[in-house]
Design a protein. Sequence first.
Length: 359
Amino acid sequence: MSFRAVVTVCLICVAALSPACARSWQPTSSSASPGIRQTDAPIRLGVDARMLSDEPWTYAGSRGHVIRTRNYRIYTTLDDQILRARTASFLEYALAHYRSAIVLLPGPPRRMDTYVMASRTQWQTLTRHLMGKQAEMLIKIPRGGFASRGIGVYYDIGLRDTLAIAAHEGWHQYTQRTFGQTLPVWLEEGLASYMEGHRWNGTIPEFRPWANTERFDQLRRAQRAGSLLPLVELLNAQPQDFLDSSDDAGLTYYAQVWALTHFLDQGAGEKYNQSLRDLLLDATAGTLSRALELHLGRARASATLAQRAGTGVFLAYFNTDLEQVAVEYSQFVRLVTATGSREFIVQGKNPIVRRPQHE
């Protein structure tokens, strides 16, 4: 089972922090906040990926390590020295990507705790210890990990898949610790999937949101099978809706929100990009509710924030004509999945703008 199948059934328990958590980050306006585009030569934040300390740690009788980097405290029982070292630096590079892929976002207010256990048994024991009543739901995850209350909890499923899970769940961990208010589920999961894409340059990860063949392949399969969710259904869906599904509907959901995030970032002539930036900055600063109230009224804004699903945020920030944007999104998906696109996905390049004009 690939890590993407794991993420499909991973129930994310998002705990929003109060707006006070973002007080150190108060942009005066969206136009004053530098937008950073994901191109072949993206602007990158400086990354301090050094392992600052490595001390002994013991959990349930198993020897391990507690590793500190600039932004993370990693508790691990991993025997695999390569994975242990890669995890420490990977998390720092991933965090820099979260903060700069679309718009410049603040760093977390304090180090984030991450657990990477050597076995599923250790992971289950730790999950019960950390999560209380929620643990029984979480340990049903067949393979992988989760993020909750700003803590990431994973176990070894191989170098590639463990780090890919960490990239996805790490976004949730980051928003839980840093954002003043929560994003709608369709965007939170879409951005987490968007943040997965990376390639390796030696021992250095290079994050490229398009470099995600698993999401692309599933999107193309669903497109060709005619099984994509209509936009309104996609906005109203949540990952747990697909837990008991016997087909790959869950994988299609994640592929579609991955594509939807790319669409809002770069599709339709980038007409929605500034709105995406505004939304991220408002959620970070804790002013999302204020913006929703202006567009939806207080009662509907409150319900939208509480449900974290539905069309409310989309209507307020992107387009009130859902039929129009549904057509634009469908056209975008067709272009992304057209013949010849996969070679650009493998390279981490936009398959639409990179395709030769004669195709």
